[in-house]
Design a binder for this molecule. Structure first.
Ligand code: NAD
Length: 252
């Protein structure tokens, strides 16, 4: 049996794009999946889709920017599916703003979801993993954490923070059978990307980015889900604290 089989998994930001693909993949691998999203209808729709495909899932309205909602969501998952063994911190918010016009609110808002949201979810589930002496955490960063990205200082800072956070957490919990890794996706074709293209924020657009990628196609949410499925597997138990790039060979 696949290792995700029977495990309880939480995927944040699971209503759309990469998070949805990860939730579907882990469910196909046999996990009981809790789809967390800010978008309540979207979370329920994701879970319904998984159930229609024969998987086990619930959808919960959880804003990872709010500690009380995270704690309540995790409690409900435990009650429904038992202790949490797998956590994928995927929920993310972007911002495109010239540096000098970024307000404190905007800066804190992005940090609170992308970085502090990851911190909150990890704190909420780690007691289960420590108790079981087994756990898998995957944090979704961004290739922009390495390359930088104009007009996205807050986003890039949050995603670079996720990388350092991952490495430190991996050292602290390695002795307890818990692995913590991060995937910084390159250019992935998702609703987020398409929204940005429509707003003219992607420069020449999706096709142009694909042409600059060595494998000559945009990444798909399923590409990230496949890497994530491996990192949460039993076989990946000797891999922790790593930055696992999935970017079609485009490292900048
Ligand atoms: P998306 O917009 O399609 O999906 C993101 C989901 O997260 C949405 O359903 C949204 O409602 C949810 N969300 C946002 N804020 C939330 C919050 N506070 N609490 C709970 N849920 C919240 O985006 P995507 O492209 O699938 O991106 C997923 C992750 O991958 C993000 O962290 C993003 O930064 C990262 N990423 C994406 C790309 C890309 O090219 N698409 C590249 C690098 C990194």
């Amino acid at each position: 049996a696949h290792t995700a089989s029977g495990k309880t998994a939480i995927v944040t930001g699971a209503a759309s794009g990469i998070g949805l693909a990860i939730a579907q993949r882990l469910a196909r691998d046999g996990a009981k999946v809790a789809a967390f999203d800010l978008n309540a209808d979207g979370a329920e729709a994701a879970a319904a889709k998984i159930r229609a495909d024969g998987g086990t899932a619930i959808g919960l309205a959880v804003d990872v920017g709010d500690r009380a909602q995270v704690d309540r969501g995790v409690e409900e998952v435990r009650a429904r599916f038992g202790p949490v063994g797998i956590l994928v911190n995927n929920a993310g918010r972007e911002g495109f703003e010239p540096f000098l016009s970024i307000s404190e609110e905007s800066w804190e808002g992005i940090l609170s979801v992308n970085l502090t949201g990851t911190f909150r979810c990890c704190q909420a589930v780690l007691p289960d993993m420590v108790q079981a002496r087994w756990g898998r955490i995957v944090n979704i960063s961004s290739s922009s954490a390495h390359s930088g990205q104009p007009l996205m200082t807050h986003y890039v800072a949050s995603k670079a923070g996720v990388i350092g956070f991952t490495k430190a957490l991996a050292l602290e919990f390695g002795p307890q059978g818990i692995t913590v890794n991060t995937i910084p996706p390159g250019f992935i074709d998702t609703p987020m990307t398409r929204r940005n293209e429509a707003k003219g924020l992607l420069g020449p657009g999706v096709d142009h980015h694909a042409a600059r990628t060595p494998v000559r196609r945009p990444g798909l949410p399923e590409d990230i889900a496949a890497a994530c499925a491996f990192l949460v597997s039993e076989e990946a138990g000797y891999i922790t604290g790593q930055v696992f790039g999935v970017n079609g060979g485009r490292n900048t």
